[in-house]
Design a protein around this ligand. Structure first.
Ligand code: AMP
Length: 220
């Protein structure tokens, strides 16, 4: 099964993908996490990615597509994959369709998440992430704080704030989403595989509620 997480930054893609990985056993693959790991290890890819990410811009398509193409070859994603943050442009979506076609596979569901912009900004600036790459649990210091400040409940590692989770960069990231990623809503609607879900306190619908519903839909 192949699921795509679509949506502006801070709508809950990573949280829902992580919950679905736990429930369904499909592997969550986040291009943002792959870039961050490379930045941490100071690889050439990391240096290149950082120069785009710190400004809230997208890493070039050719680089990103190659990473996903290679990742799709790995044995751990053959039973199911949740692509979290890819594709983010029409060129990436077209490339993915072609790659999958070559493997005789297709996308089963595109989960398009929406959240009001004020809520996104509030959510992103109060987001903290577990620094342990095997855990990566996401917290919110207001809505979903850890039991002990700065420490992950699950694995005891330090919680960190992403460098691009600040008010200035998030505004650029939202603008980048509107310009380059939002056309994918129409792209996948036309393929008949789009499922849109609002994740918002406004309607009291949290990431967990959406993940529960998607799990029921897939397993029923
Ligand atoms: P994320 O962790 O998904 O919020 O991604 C963080 C940043 O990584 C984005 O703001 C982009 O700079 C970069 N990035 C992640 N995925 C992609 C992608 N599919 N295409 C281009 N850049 C990406």
């Amino acid at each position: 099964m192949i699921i795509i997480m679509l949506g502006a930054p801070g709508t809950g893609k990573g949280t829902i993908a992580g919950l679905l990985e736990g429930k369904l056993g499909f592997k969550q693959v986040s291009t943002g996490d792959i870039f961050r790991k490379n930045i941490q290890k100071q690889t050439e890819l990391g240096k290149l990615a950082n120069s785009y990410m710190e400004k809230g811009n997208l890493v070039p398509d050719d680089v990103t597509i190659k990473i996903v193409e290679d990742r799709l070859e790995q044995p751990d994603v053959q039973n199911g994959i949740i692509l979290d943050g890819f594709p983010r442009t029409v060129a990436q979506a077209e490339a993915l369709d072609k790659i999958l076609e070559g493997k005789g596979k297709k996308i089963d569901m595109v989960l398009n998440l929406t959240t009001p912009e004020e809520e996104i900004i509030e959510r992103v600036v109060s987001r903290r992430v577990c620094s342990n790459p095997e855990c990566k649990t996401i917290y919110n210091v207001i809505m979903n704080p850890p039991k002990q400040e700065g420490i992950c409940d699950k694995c005891g590692s330090e919680l960190i704030q992403r460098k691009d989770d600040n008010e200035e960069t998030i505004k650029t990231r939202i603008a980048t989403y509107m310009e380059q990623t939002s056309p994918l809503v129409e792209y996948y609607k036309n393929q008949g595989i789009l499922k849109t879900e609002e994740v918002s306190q406004r309607i009291n619908r949290l990431a967990k509620d959406v993940a529960d519903d998607i799990e029921s839909e897939i397993t029923c």
